[in-house]
Design a protein around this ligand. Structure first.
Ligand SMILES: [Mn+2]
Length: 364
């Protein structure tokens, strides 16, 4: 991406921000370092025009990866990070929406409300398809490593002074999308990284962010691999219902983050064919947390309610005061039948398949 193209983008951003009543910046769902870094970088740019600027992060806090969560935690009360509902109450026909590190409507939290803003700018490095948000104002090129690379260049060109931590987030974004400068880099990428370091970005800080993500990934994988049992509940009239229970069986007193159990239960659902998954263990001494995920065949909300927890059919949880993890697991196992759907609840109307009549031509 040439310097001239960066200038065009910078001027377009300036023009649109000045013409707007307020500005919203959004990255993709399940934010990563490039998404959140480029959002924060664009915020640094946009805040100089006297408009109210917001960053939309609508994801459930429990599901945000630990490195990104750390960035969000560091900026609590400092950055105006809002949810989709806040956006819906603040948006007006003169609002500007800046979409970064993504260009498809189904990958952003406000994808179904795009008709409410006056103008949309996209800054991205992914390929486009039929779901790409319709707007004339876009800077989308796969030639660059990352959205953070583009945003860092816009900030550099504007000679905006921004704090060290913003330089860190931009560097983390570039580092992520280049697999630590091993892929998709150009000499410009390295140049941008050098400038970020000159502005105070700290490589140790960035490395720690990655380490945090990696440690969490390993911790949860270990918990799943070493601590999962799958139980079949075959008194159902249909094929047996399979339910997984994940807990640290070797060292049951181990303490994990609440998020770890949520992610373990999610991963079991995502990568296996089971009907419901539970992950449980201590979050504090004497306090056991249960994360439950279900589906059509098992309503985990019902099960968790019977254990004084809460939630809906597909996602539920609970907290129990106990010293005995094994006993809690046994109690949970005994409650599973409460959540198993009856045959009528599961079987849907069979789909009507229209078979096209094939007209045979006369053979000659
Ligand atoms: Mn990216």
């Amino acid at each position: 991406m040439s310097a001239a193209e960066i200038r065009v983008l910078k001027e377009m951003l300036e023009r649109e921000i000045q013409a707007s009543s307020n500005v919203f910046i959004i990255g993709h769902n399940s934010p990563d370092f490039d998404s959140i870094g480029s959002c924060i970088g664009l915020y640094e740019f946009a805040k100089h025009f006297g408009k109210d600027v917001y960053i939309i992060v609508n994801d459930d806090e429990l599901k945000i990866e630990p490195g990104v969560k750390r960035i969000l935690d560091e900026n609590k009360g400092k950055l105006p990070i809002i949810k989709k509902n806040d956006f819906l109450s603040l948006v007006n026909p003169n609002s500007l929406l800046i979409v970064t590190d993504v260009n498809k409507d189904y990958m952003i939290a406000v994808g179904d409300s795009l008709n409410q803003v006056g103008s949309i700018i996209i800054v991205d490095h992914h390929t486009q398809d039929k779901h790409t948000i319709q707007t004339e104002k876009k800077c989308i090129t796969t030639e660059v490593s990352s959205a953070c690379e583009i945003v860092a260049r816009v900030l550099g060109l504007s000679r905006i002074r921004y704090p060290k931590n913003v330089a860190n987030y931009l560097l983390a974004g570039i580092s992520l999308d280049t697999h630590r400068f091993k892929q998709n880099t150009t000499s410009i990428t390295h140049d941008v990284a050098e400038k970020l370091i000159n502005r105070g970005a700290d490589i140790d800080y960035v490395n720690n962010l990655f380490l945090e993500e990696f440690e969490s990934y390993c911790r949860i994988s270990n918990l799943i691999i070493n601590g999962t049992t799958i139980k079949k509940y075959s008194d159902s009239l249909l094929a047996p219902i399979q339910v997984s229970f994940t807990l640290n069986r070797n060292q049951p007193k181990s303490i994990y983050l609440k998020e770890d159990y949520a992610k373990a239960a999610d991963r079991m659902m995502k990568f296996t064919g089971i009907d419901a998954s539970f992950a449980l263990g201590f979050v504090d001494e004497g306090i056991i947390h249960i994360s439950a995920r279900g589906g059509k065949k098992v309503n985990v909300g019902k099960i968790m309610k019977s254990m004084n927890g809460g939630g809906n059919d597909q996602s539920a949880g609970g907290r129990i005061q106990s010293e005995d993890l094994k006993a809690v697991e046994e109690e949970l196992m005994s409650k599973i039948p409460l959540g198993i759907s009856s045959e009528e609840e599961i079987i849907e109307e069979p789909p009507v398949i229209k078979i096209k009549q094939i007209k045979r031509g006369k053979k000659k």
